[in-house]
Design a protein. Structure first.
Length: 83
């Protein structure tokens, strides 16, 4: 992991680590990433899995945080998410 980069792991509906996800002391936060319903190019929905499905959950939370307080620094966002 890199400094100032939030490392996201994927978990299933029970909060268990996804078998495909990295899980070590470098992971900062986890989010749903198994069987996530997502839109598809043809306008349908598909159940997809991956850390690429978990990261938008974290991004959405950060967006909500910044909508409440747009002056939060990256380190404040990081520490709040890890709290």
């Amino acid at each position: 992991a890199y400094n100032f980069v939030l490392s996201v792991a994927a978990v299933d509906q029970g909060g268990n680590r996804a078998s495909f996800s990295t899980w070590n002391d470098m992971v900062d936060i986890s989010a749903p990433g198994v069987s996530v319903l997502s839109t598809w190019a043809d306008g349908t929905y598909l159940s997809m899995s991956g850390t690429d499905m978990a990261c938008p959950h974290v991004t959405g939370v950060v967006a909500l945080m910044l909508s409440v307080d747009p002056y939060l620094s990256p380190s404040q966002v990081f520490e709040t998410l890890k709290a």
